[in-house]
Design a protein around this ligand. Structure first.
Ligand SMILES: C[S@@+](CC[C@H](N)C(=O)[O-])C[C@H]1O[C@@H](n2cnc3c(N)ncnc32)[C@H](O)[C@@H]1O
Length: 228
């Protein structure tokens, strides 16, 4: 299904060029996992490629954007790693074999607009994990000070864009100068914990950063690890 990302998938690498601190975190979880590895919303393989390189194992990557998957295919071939890339929706995915690790980096779960969309995704995760298998993801922690600083502001880097904050809809819209708007719907800690609860998953750890920092009032990121 065509999406916002298709139009600029070839420049997603520029957009995320500063984002590397999450990679060792997800690589560490993959190294600990004894069984299939799955990345939801794999995008261009920014994380899946180093995970496959570090573990020597094939990573299953699911994404709804054909353009992002085409980039991932090209980059994996360049890097000489094997990814099993599948076009699909993370609310509906099914695996042939239960996974040891399912992970969703890059705040991608925030692309799901409603709590019910995320519940469907978490239920698919729970149904697709081995007993004791892990589910990990990260998402920004909403901070009104940060939001008010960037709301309505145009910035030139990493790609020229303007962000708008809708408090009523708990949504951030990112509009690229070249056209097209992508949206992220933020969630609170208790919403995430509620999703684990209804899906029958248990929280293993909640960090405030990828180095395992404790979550506190200044944390910009939720980094979750759960188990089936
Ligand atoms: C911010 S990118 C993250 C890509 C990669 N995981 C990373 O960290 O660089 C978000 C990705 O989510 C994908 N996406 C958005 N909604 C999706 C859905 N419902 N199912 C599967 N993929 C989705 C987009 O196509 C895009 O590739």
């Amino acid at each position: 299904m065509a999406s916002w990302y298709d139009a600029w998938a070839d420049r997603y690498g520029v957009w995320t060029s500063g984002a590397t601190e999450d990679i060792p975190f997800y690589v560490g979880l993959a190294r600990d996992a004894d069984g299939p590895l799955v990345e939801l919303a794999v995008g261009t393989g920014r994380v899946a490629i180093p995970v496959a390189q570090a573990t020597g194992r094939r990573v299953i990557g699911i994404d709804s954007s054909p353009g992002m998957l085409a980039e991932a295919r090209m980059r994996a071939a360049e890097e000489g790693v094997e990814l099993d890339l599948r076009e699909g929706d993370m609310r509906e995915f099914e695996l042939e074999e239960p996974a040891a690790l399912i992970y969703c980096p890059g705040r991608s779960l925030l692309h799901l607009p409603t709590w019910a969309d995320r519940r469907r995704c978490f239920e698919r995760v729970a149904a697709s994990l081995r007993p004791n298998g892990r589910f990990a993801w990260n998402a920004f922690a909403f901070d009104h000070r940060v939001a008010s600083a960037f709301d309505g502001q145009h910035v030139d880097t990493p790609l020229p864009h303007t962000s708008y904050v809708s408090i009523g809809e708990n949504r951030v819209d990112v509009t690229l100068d070249e056209g097209g708007t992508g949206s992220l719907w933020w969630a609170t800690k208790n919403e995430w914990l509620g999703l684990l609860d209804v899906a029958g998953l248990r929280l293993e750890a909640l960090y405030g950063g990828f180095a395992g920092e404790p979550l506190d009032d200044d944390s910009g990121e939720y980094v979750f690890v759960a188990r089936r």
